[in-house]
Design a protein around this ligand. Structure first.
Ligand code: EPZ
Length: 444
C-alpha cells in the first residue's frame, strides 16, 4: 500500500494544467470498438483507470500504442467478446463495452461492473434500454456475469426513468450502428457526454442533441477512424480550485474548463473564494479572507455535481456558520466524513425531509443502505489538526488530501492507489504548487 506524507498549512501558489477528463477518456476508448479504422485520442490522462480500460479493449481485439498523452488504437485481431472479471471488476466503465460489442458482433459478456464503493451502482437502466433495442440480456448470479446477445440492434424511442450518465452513453454507443432512428428521452446532459458525441460524429455517426435532455441518433452502416482531443477534467479543476481556497493560496489553472463549471464558480464566489477568468482556458482561483456557509443539494448536470460535494465539505469546515450538503445522486457518498472528523471537523449526519424519496433521489431508493443518511451538517470554522487518514473512494481520496494540506502539522494518507485511478501524478503537481507532500511505500 502506498501513502502520502503531508505537511499541511502551506498556501498553494503557481500554475497547474488540468488533465484530460477521466469520464470522457474512458468512454472514448470504449467507442473505438465501433470501427476497424485507426483512431487517435489526444490529451489522454495518465491515470490507472485509463490503463485498465486499454487492457479491456486489448482483450477485445484492439492494439493500443501510447506516445505521451496520445493513444493510437486500431482493431488488429479477432478479440474475445468477454471482459474478464480480473479487469471488469476494477472498473465501472467496463460495462461501456456492452453497446459496441452488441452493435458490432451481436454478443457480449461482462462482469457486474465495479468502480467506486459509493453505492450499488447497478446498470438496470442500461440493460432496459438495450433490450428495447432488441438485445437479450441475462444476469447469471452464479458466475456474476451479464450475458447479452442481439441479432441486429434497431432504433427505439426510449425514455430513461431517471438520470444516468453512463447509461445514456451505453445507449449512444449501441445506437450509432443500429437499424434506423433512436430517440433518447430524459437523457443525461453531463458535458462529458457531448465530448463523446463529438468524437462519434467525427467518426461518421449521426447524433444530435435536439433538446437539453433529448438525443436523436440515426444509425449508419459503419464508422471511420478519427482524431479526437479529450476535454479537460471538470472534477480535477474543482479539486485544485478548492485546494487553493482551503490552504489560503492563489493559483492559475491552465486548460481550464470553467465555462462548464458555472454552478461551482458562482457558489465559490458567493462563499468568499476568488474566481477570475483570465483567458478562454485560464482561470485564477484564490482564497478569500473568510468563508460564508452554504446549503447545497447535489444534482445531475447542470446542478452541483455529486463529485464536488466531498472536496466542497473541506471548504465548509472553514466557513463561519453551519453548512449542509444533501447528496441525491448516490446512496453512500459520505465515506470521507469520518476521515475529516479525525482532523477535528465538526460534522453530523441528518436526513433531509423528502416527500417521495423514490422519485426524488437519482439512485434506486430500494438500493439505499439502512442507517445511512443523505445529509450532513458542517459547523465552522474549525482549525483542522493532523491525523492518519484512510481513502475509501476516488473523490473521497482527493478530499482527505485537501484536508491534510489545510491542517496544521504532518498527516499520513493511506491507500493513495484510489487517487491514482483518477488524478494524474497528483502529488507531483501539488508539490509544484508548494505543497509539502511525498509518496511513500508503506511496509505492510
Ligand atoms: C458517472 O457515474 C461518473 N462516472 C461518476 O463519476 C459521476 O459521479 C456520475 O456519473 C454522475 O455524474 C463515470 O462517468 C465513469 P449514473 P455513473 O449512471 O454513470 C444509479 C467519479 O468520481 N443508477 O448517472 O455510474 C446509480 O447507482 C465518478 O469520476 C441505477 O440505479 O452514474 C447512481 O446512484 C463517481 N441504475 C445514480 O443512478 C442504472 O442503471 C446515478 O448514476 C444507472 C444508474
Amino acid at each position: 500500500m502506498e501513502t502520502f506524507l503531508i505537511h499541511g498549512g502551506r498556501p498553494l501558489s503557481g500554475e497547474v494544467a488540468v488533465s484530460g477528463a477521466k469520464n470522457a477518456a474512458l468512454k472514448a476508448l470504449a467507442a473505438t470498438l465501433l470501427t476497424d479504422k485507426e483512431v487517435e485520442l489526444r490529451n489522454i490522462p495518465d491515470i490507472a483507470d485509463v490503463r485498465i480500460m486499454c487492457d479491456v479493449i486489448r482483450t477485445l481485439g484492439m492494439t493500443v500504442t501510447e506516445r505521451g498523452k496520445v493513444l493510437r488504437i486500431r482493431r488488429t485481431h479477432e478479440g474475445k467478446k468477454e471482459v474478464p472479471l480480473s479487469l471488469g471488476a476494477r472498473l465501472r466503465t467496463s460495462s461501456m463495452v456492452l453497446g459496441p460489442l452488441l452493435a458490432r458482433y451481436g454478443e457480449a459478456v461482462i462482469p457486474n461492473p465495479g468502480g467506486c464503493r459509493i453505492g450499488a451502482r447497478p446498470i438496470d437502466r442500461h440493460i432496459l434500454g438495450l433490450t428495447k433495442m432488441g438485445a437479450a440480456v441475462r444476469y447469471d448470479p452464479h458466475d456474476g456475469y451479464f450475458h447479452a446477445e442481439a441479432s441486429r440492434l434497431h432504433g427505439v424511442r426510449y425514455r430513461f426513468d431517471k438520470n444516468t450518465h453512463t447509461g445514456t452513453e451505453t445507449l449512444l454507443l449501441a445506437a450509432v450502428l443500429a437499424e434506423g432512428e433512436t430517440v433518447l428521452e430524459n437523457a443525461a446532459a453531463e458535458v462529458e457526454i457531448d465530448d463523446l458525441i463529438a468524437f462519434l460524429n467525427h467518426m461518421g455517426a449521426k447524433i444530435r442533441r435536439t433538446k437539453t435532455r433529448e438525443i436523436v441518433i440515426h444509425g449508419v452502416p459503419s464508422l471511420n477512424g478519427a482524431t479526437h482531443s479529450i476535454m479537460s477534467d471538470r472534477n480535477e479543476e474543482v479539486t485544485f480550485a478548492l485546494a487553493a481556497c482551503v490552504t489560503g493560496g492563489d493559483i492559475v489553472v491552465r486548460n481550464s474548463c470553467a465555462r462548464h463549471l458555472d454552478v461551482f464558480t458562482k457558489l465559490l464566489g458567493e462563499c468568499g473564494g476568488k474566481v477570475e477568468r483570465v483567458g478562454p482556458e485560464t482561470t485564477r482561483y484564490a482564497a478569500g479572507t473568510g468563508y460564508r456557509p452554504s446549503h447545497i443539494t447535489t444534482a445531475p448536470y447542470p446542478g452541483f455535481m455529486t463529485d464536488w460535494q466531498a472536496p466542497w465539505a473541506v471548504l465548509m469546515t472553514q466557513a463561519h456558520g453551519v453548512s449542509t450538503i444533501h447528496e441525491t445522486v448516490f446512496e453512500s457518498r459520505f465515506s470521507y466524513v469520518a476521515e475529516l472528523k479525525k482532523l477535528g471537523a465538526d460534522i453530523s449526519f441528518f436526513d433531509p425531509p423528502v416527500r417521495d424519496p423514490e422519485r426524488f433521489y437519482n439512485f434506486n431508493w430500494a438500493d439505499r443502505i439502512q442507517g445511512y443518511h443523505q445529509g450532513i451538517r458542517i459547523s465552522g470554522p474549525t482549525r483542522l489538526h493532523n491525523g492518519i487518514l484512510e481513502i475509501q473512494d476516488l473523490r473521497a481520496g482527493a478530499t482527505v488530501v485537501l484536508a491534510a494540506l489545510a491542517a496544521e502539522g504532518e498527516s499520513m494518507v493511506r491507500g493513495v492507489e484510489q487517487i491514482d485511478r483518477g488524478y494524474e501524478h497528483i502529488e507531483i503537481r501539488l508539490r509544484k504548487l508548494g505543497a509539502g507532500i511525498t509518496r511513500r511505500k508503506e511496509d505492510v
